[in-house]
Write a protein that binds this ligand. Structure first.
Ligand code: S3P
Length: 446
């Protein structure tokens, strides 16, 4: 029987129905959407720079749309979003206008957390920010606390830890912040606040998180120094103006990860994923899959507007379990649900540790990954900071719930490709947060 893949509207939600039939293999050359992290930063830095920024390859997902809407509401002129070329006419550092309504970051933690750093450093201006159900339950104290140390005035629910938040902009002072977590959102928030703060602002993190902000801030002309030995970065406040740039956004390795795992686990598969960002602060997934015995090669390696890029060729191979823990975790933080899928099909057991951060993502990804894959027959035990996955448990089709989490939806869809029988994923529209054409590509490669 051939594979069948269909989307069905179910009230306001979509069901993704996958039946792999028999003898399914993934073949072809595919392009993935633009990197979400880089897309947010290009829109934000473009908005606060002087002159024009052009963005090629912007992710057209819901999250960057939230960023664009927020910065338009504060005076930046951002052309209609498309993947070819978006133009941002910036309004200059410290010049964001007071919006006449609440800024809504939707589902996007990156939008909310990075933006707060900029807003807090606009003296005399008032801002209120919120998000959807998921974002309003995610911890904001991790950015509110360091910003308060810089002199920010921020109020919010639950003792200033949850959105909606109200921000009365202030002249901030630079600090040296030792972050207890390796989080690019925290680091970037503080660096953006530091742009207009007095003196120097330094962030030291326990392990290196993605460095797209550092790369792009430097390209736009910010005065920034890095100390790789201590995972520290320092920005000098009021040092220069930022100047609009041309940004070419590479494909998102976090989106490529679904196809890497799909081709690795489905017998007979071979895919080439073109134009993938391979910034070393993001390639933990390649290292983890390599440890598991996956057959992935990098081709056509190049650098595009300051970010390393390559085409990835992946062929099916038999995988083995491994342990994933420590400093690699921030470099594959968004790929853990799909790694759990790979581990369920691997020989031997896989242990994922030091990943408690997953509990405060768009959903509690440790709990949701375990419960949903276990419904398919996987054997995954949840630990406070990770997962224990028993390998080689044959999966069967099941009725599943995305928990409105884009990465969970897509991970479950890949698991369904290698399961026996029909899987239905409720709430599959969540994929549009980071990958609006996911199902089209799924149909293309099967
Ligand atoms: C992001 C950082 C990560 C990641 C998120 C995007 C960013 O979050 O999970 O999807 O663009 O800075 P944390 O910084 O909270 O780990």
């Amino acid at each position: 029987m051939p594979a069948s893949i269909a989307l069905k509207q179910n009230d306001s939600q979509q069901d993704l129905i996958i039946d792999p039939g028999s003898g399914l293999a993934l073949q072809g050359r595919i392009r993935i959407p633009g990197d979400k992290s880089i897309s947010h930063r290009a829109l934000m830095l473009g908005a606060i720079a002087q002159g024009e920024t052009t963005i090629e390859g912007l992710l057209l997902g819901e999250d960057p749309r939230s960023t664009a809407a927020c910065f338009r509401a504060m005076g930046a002129e951002i052309s209609e979003l498309n993947a070819e070329s978006v133009t941002v006419r910036g309004i200059g550092l410290g010049e964001l206008r007071e919006p006449i309504d609440v800024l809504n970051a939707g589902n996007s933690g990156t939008t909310l957390r990075l933006m707060i750093g900029l807003l807090a450093s606009h003296p005399g201006r008032f801002f209120s920010v919120t998000g959807d159900n998921s974002l309003r339950s995610r911890p904001m104290s991790r950015v509110v606390k360091p910003l308060q140390q810089m002199g920010a005035q921020i109020w919010g629910r639950n003792n200033n830890t949850l959105a909606p938040l109200a921000i009365q902009g202030q002249q901030l002072k630079g600090i040296h912040y030792h972050s207890p977590i390796a989080s690019a959102q925290v680091k970037s928030c503080i660096l953006l606040a530091g742009l207009c703060a007095e003196g120097e602002t330094t962030v030291t993190e326990p392990a290196l998180s993605r460095d797209h902000s550092e790369r792009m801030l430097e390209a736009f002309g910010a005065k920034l120094t890095r100390d790789p030995a201590t995972h520290s970065v320092t920005i000098t406040g009021n040092a220069t103006t930022l100047t609009g740039q041309k940004v070419v956004v590479p494909g998102d390795i976090s989106s490529a990860a679904f196809w890497l795992v799909a081709a690795a686990i489905v017998p007979g598969s071979e895919l080439v994923i073109e134009n993938v960002g391979v910034n070393p602060t993001r390639t933990g997934i390649l290292e983890a899959l390599d440890l598991m015995g996956a057959d992935i090669t990098l081709e056509n390696e190049r650098t595009v507007t300051g970010e390393p890029v390559a085409d990835l060729r992946v062929r099916h191979s038999s995988l083995k379990g491994c342990t994933i823990a420590g400093d690699i975790i921030p470099r594959l933080i968004d790929e853990i649900p799909i790694l759990a899928v790979a581990a369920a099909f691997a020989k031997g057991n896989t242990t994922i540790q030091d990943a408690a951060e997953l509990r405060v993502k768009e959903s509690d990804r440790l709990a949701v990954t375990a419960t949903q894959l276990n419904r398919m027959g996987a054997k995954i035990a949840e630990r406070p900071d990770g997962l224990e996955i028993t390998g080689e448990t044959p999966l069967r089709g099941a009725e599943l719930d995305s928990h409105e989490d884009h990465r969970i939806t897509m991970s479950l869809a890949i698991a369904a490709l290698n399961a026996q029988g029909k899987t239905t994923i409720h709430g599959a529209e969540a994929a549009a947060i980071s990958y609006p054409k996911f199902v089209d590509t799924l149909i293309q490669v099967t």
